[in-house]
Design a protein around this ligand. Structure first.
Ligand code: ZN
Ligand code: ZN
Length: 415
């Protein structure tokens, strides 16, 4: 792939994302959300847009976010104004997915863009966005339309990942990593994706059939039992919309995941990678769970900010996801911390606090709030993944009758 120009590689990337990730249907409309700085995301947004029209899109709408504008607002807008936002835009986004339009997120954020900004204001912005986008979010987490999240290298992000390199070299190295994890270095990336997704589907179906009552995870600083929701479904690889359009929600993706029973989580767990969140990096994050609730937590940095997140709503202190990723995944093997959940979560076993995927429980999407609560399907405005896996982690499946079966040994699949 090295003898191709960047424009050629970008076109290949866009085609794989549009054709396999989104599986955009002829005649479908598409909304693209770009995060980062406009000058960094613009070439990628244009490549994706072109590929979408070539695949038969009727209309591509682009909603730009711009980090420098966010900083200007945080530093200059009135203190009491951060619960306000562009309502027409939130409504428009929901209208798109309600209409059955596909949704593509391009993630190019600089992990340090908001470093040093007022935590209170940022928490307020986040809460407002989460509330206003709840309708949109329910279409996305309910897998009602085809959607996909992908990365785009930017100078700020690349400098964080490769601080020892010059800016140009860092950006090109980050792009190379993104292209490689998207399997563009292989002769036929589309076929390679189909094969990869088929393997993930086989794995998730096996685990779903097993219906373990709980998973028990052990590793350095971790001894945690995670009860699984009754009739849980392991997800991973591809997902089908109610209309039967098969899409891959994240590129790259290496995980199989399901919904824990938010009342049945007990023990201690330590993050194996720093958690990058809202421009803060939390080092050495540790949680204690009792009957599903985080009763204690600590971090070497960012603990004060994180405490506010945990108090956002009752579900923020409970688990919403457990995901298994073998240590031999390409992202893990790169040995690089990407400061971006899309990449880091596909390097390692992880958990998420906050909102659970109702789709990962049989009949979950049709349940009302009370039934979800009873089934242990957690509800929250947040969903924050943190990495816990390593080559030292073992995972056991505990069956309903209490017998124990190996699922992972030393970070690799044992099944
Ligand atoms: Zn995940
Ligand atoms: Zn997650």
């Amino acid at each position: 792939m090295s003898n191709q120009t960047f424009a050629e590689k970008l076109k290949k990337y866009a085609d794989v994302v549009i054709q396999v990730g989104l599986n955009l249907q002829p005649g479908q409309k598409l909304v693209i959300r770009a995060s980062g700085a406009i000058e960094d995301t613009a070439p990628v947004v244009r490549a994706m847009t072109k590929s979408a029209y070539q695949a038969g899109a009727r209309f591509v709408d682009v909603l730009w976010a711009d980090e420098p504008l966010s900083v200007i607002r945080l530093e200059n807008a009135p203190d009491d104004s951060f619960s306000e936002g562009p309502d027409y835009l939130y409504q428009g986004l929901e209208a798109h997915v309600a209409n059955g339009d596909a949704s593509l997120s391009i993630l190019a954020s600089n992990p340090d863009a908001l470093t040093g900004q007022d935590q209170q204001k940022m928490a307020q912005i986040r809460k407002t966005q989460s509330q206003k986008l709840e309708g949109y979010g329910s279409y996305i987490s309910g897998m009602k339309v085809n959607w996909c999240g992908v990365g785009a290298a930017s100078p700020g992000w690349a400098a964080k990942v490769f601080p020892e390199l010059s800016p140009d070299v860092a950006v090109s190295k980050l792009w190379d990593a993104i292209f490689k994890f998207t399997r563009l270095d292989l002769d036929d990336p589309v076929q390679a994706w189909k094969d990869h997704v088929a393997k993930l589907v086989e794995r998730k179906n096996y685990l779903t059939r097993k219906q373990y009552a709980a998973l028990h995870l052990t590793g350095p600083g971790t001894d945690l039992t995670v009860g699984l929701a009754k009739n849980h479904i392991f997800m991973g690889g591809s997902v089908n919309t109610p209309d039967g359009v098969s899409f891959v929600p994240n590129m790259p993706t290496e995980e199989v995941f399901t919904t824990p029973d938010a009342h049945q989580v007990n023990g201690i767990v330590s993050a194996s990678l720093p958690l990058n969140f809202n421009g803060m990096v939390l080092e050495n994050l540790k949680f204690t769970f009792k009957d599903g609730v985080i009763t204690e937590f600590s971090a070497d940095s960012g603990a004060e900010m994180f405490a506010k997140i945990l108090d956002m709503d009752p579900g923020a202190r409970r688990l919403g996801e457990i995901a298994l990723v073998p240590n031999n995944s390409p992202i893990s093997q790169s040995g690089t911390l990407f400061y971006n959940t899309l990449y880091d979560e596909n390097a390692s076993n992880h958990l998420a606090i906050g909102r659970a995927y109702a789709t990962a429980v049989e009949g979950g999407v049709e349940m009302n709030a009370e039934e979800k609560e009873a089934a242990g399907i957690n509800h929250s405005l947040i969903h924050i993944d943190f990495m816990i896996g390593s080559d030292k982690m073992d995972v056991n499946g505990i069956t309903a009758d209490g017998s124990i079966e190996p699922v992972m040994r030393a970070g690799e699949w044992a099944v």
